[in-house]
Ligand binder design. Structure first.
Ligand code: PLP
Length: 393
């Protein structure tokens, strides 16, 4: 073999997702894309806000040579400053431009954070179900991803977390609002988590970092608020992006921020700048940095996602599907009517509906519907969802 064993195994393990993608493409060719109901990808379907295009046009029209040059690995200080001002309000903690590193999306932020803190064999603990890529990100930097089950409502289970922390735990990685469940962790839970991590760090004489992956922070419904991470726990980092809420995942722009009260703040900031460089990102895309500096707080119309969620939830509930109504994101994670979620996903495929089995997210017995799609896709799929569940009555 000419490729690494590790990558060979990852490629082989990805064949299931690839197979789904290929079968979806085949179905679209056979029946026409408009007759296939594709809920498989978390690719936002709304165009970015017009303000984003205006700022982009303005910046492009005034770009000179200097605007395309190398820069500090952390990003343009002016851009970090603009993010820090916004974060200070959001987190209710005074954040400075020095606490912010611009990254290639949330994935870039997570990889920089993990590269900065993990030693070989260190454990990254995360609540399951969880984002598929986490195990690769931990492994990229010599870490091992460990999962801890959530409650039946997909909320943090403090007892289970306490039992899962070991002397090798270095990072507790959360994602709220959550992909794939749509769960949001309340302020009370975050406070409890902060207390638990403080106690365990003291007991184990080791800093356990709280890493908050939050590209869906702004996508919340019904007045739900995502609490401040920085006030909940001092040794915390936030990794996020503009991918989902501004609908620009292809532009690869996000940031990693360190809690200014973190014990090893300066060492962390130095490590992050180097990690961004040696991972080969060097710095986040220059043009997009300048754009996001001018659109802090901007997002697509979130009420559109709420409307889609309600349309889907009302339909599925009336057919007898069981689910926890998502408080945020554009994902719904219903229970599969049969234990074998992969078989049920195949049944849905027979109805030309494409979703992802929960097994892929460490949430077996469920399936994920990404409802960042046109209304017509939801409306067109509902009769198929009904027929699919009826097959098992
Ligand atoms: C939970 C979670 N984290 C991180 C990412 C990656 O985001 P980005 O495209 O900004 O790297 C995604 C994308 O789907 C996600 O769902």
């Amino acid at each position: 073999m000419t490729i690494s064993k590790k990558i060979e195994n990852i490629v082989a393990g990805s064949s299931f997702i690839r197979k789904m993608f290929e079968e979806g493409a085949k179905l679209k060719q056979q029946y026409g894309a408009e007759n296939v109901y594709d809920f498989s990808l978390g690719n936002p379907n709304m165009a970015p806000p017009e303000k984003f295009n205006e700022v982009l046009r303005d910046i492009v029209s005034t770009c000179g040579l200097d605007d395309h040059c190398y820069m500090p690995n952390t990003g343009y200080p002016m851009v970090c400053g603009s993010v820090a001002d916004y974060l200070s309000r959001e987190q209710e903690v005074s954040v400075s431009d020095k606490d912010v590193l611009m990254t290639c999306g949330a994935s870039g932020a997570l990889n920089v954070a993990l590269k900065s803190v993990l030693d070989p064999g260190d454990e990254v603990l995360t609540p399951a179900p969880c984002f598929v890529e986490y195990k690769f990100y931990a492994d990229n930097h010599g870490g091992v991803l460990k999962k801890v089950q959530t409650t039946s409502e997909f909320q943090l289970d403090m007892q289970a977390i306490e039992a899962a922390i070991t002397p090798r735990t270095k990072v507790f990685l959360i994602n709220s609002p959550n992909n794939p469940t749509g769960a949001v962790y309340s302020e009370k839970r975050m406070r409890q988590l902060g207390e638990l991590l403080t106690r365990k760090s003291n007991e184990l004489d080791r800093t356990i970092y709280l890493l908050s992956d939050e590209p869906y922070r702004k996508i919340v419904f019904d007045g739900v608020k995502v609490p401040s991470i920085f006030t909940a726990y001092n040794d915390s980092l936030i990794g996020t992006s503009y991918s989902k809420d501004v609908s620009i995942p292809g532009e690869r722009i996000g940031f990693l921020a360190v809690n200014p009260r973190a014990r090893h703040r300066n060492a962390l900031l130095g490590a992050m700048a180097v990690a961004n460089r040696i991972l080969g990102y060097v710095n986040a895309p220059a043009l997009m940095q300048r754009v996001v500096a001018c659109i802090q707080g901007l997002s697509v119309d979130i009420s559109e996602y709420k409307r889609k969620r309600d349309m889907l939830c009302e339909g599925l509930a009336s057919f007898g599907y069981d689910f926890v109504k998502p408080e945020g994101t554009f994902y719904l994670f219903p229970r599969s009517p049969i234990a074998d979620d992969i078989e049920f996903v195949d049944t849905l495929k027979d109805e030309r509906i494409l979703v992802v089995p929960g097994t892929g997210f460490d949430g077996p017995g469920h399936f994920r519907i990404a409802f960042c799609v046109d209304d017509a896709t939801i409306a067109g799929a509902l009769p198929g969802f009904k027929r699919a569940i009826e097959k098992y009555r």
